[in-house]
Design a protein around this ligand. Structure first.
Ligand code: F3S
Length: 78
């Protein structure tokens, strides 16, 4: 079980995550990323079909702003 959210304090709006994981991440009007599935709450379980793209997005984020956990996140930073 995996959950994800973007640390929007450290995201530099590079855009890589939505390229690597278009099903999981999108950007607001400032270009900052957020988790699409739950408006960056990080409490929606990632479907197994999307795990691979999540892993790529996590690896490729230059600021390590893609956070993942096996428990739901409880603090949202949208
Ligand atoms: Fe931000 Fe990292 Fe995506 S810097 S735009 S979360 S790849």
């Amino acid at each position: 079980t995996v959950y994800t959210m973007v640390d929007r304090e450290t995201c530099i709006a590079c855009g890589a995550c939505s390229e690597n994981a278009p099903n999981l991440f999108d950007h607001d009007e400032e270009g900052l990323s957020f988790s699409l599935l739950d408006q960056n709450a990080g409490n929606t379980e990632i479907h197994e079909d999307f795990i691979e793209e999540l892993e790529i997005a996590e690896e490729e984020c230059p600021t390590n702003s893609i956070k993942t956990a096996t428990e739901p996140f409880t603090i949202s930073v949208v």
